[in-house]
Design a protein around this ligand. Sequence first.
Ligand SMILES: [Zn+2]
Length: 84
Amino acid sequence: MMQSRKAEPELIAQALQTGRLSVEDEHGFHHELYAACPRDGSHVAPVRTIWRRDADGRHIDQLEFHCPRCGRTWQAERTELHLR
Ligand SMILES: [Zn+2]
């Protein structure tokens, strides 16, 4: 029987909610958030974090990415975020 693992979008949502840019797995490895550039598919790490504060505390509202290959800067949709 496989150990149950949470789906990637759920892990990402949880990380953003708690203000983290990486997720630690059950083996202690850190998986960092990245986005794939919409133009050329490059895997890009976030360059800027846009915070939001509400009744639940401080969490990450948006992540801005800059692709070194094509020079594009963009704020990724949640669906564009992945874990390494
Ligand atoms: Zn690019």
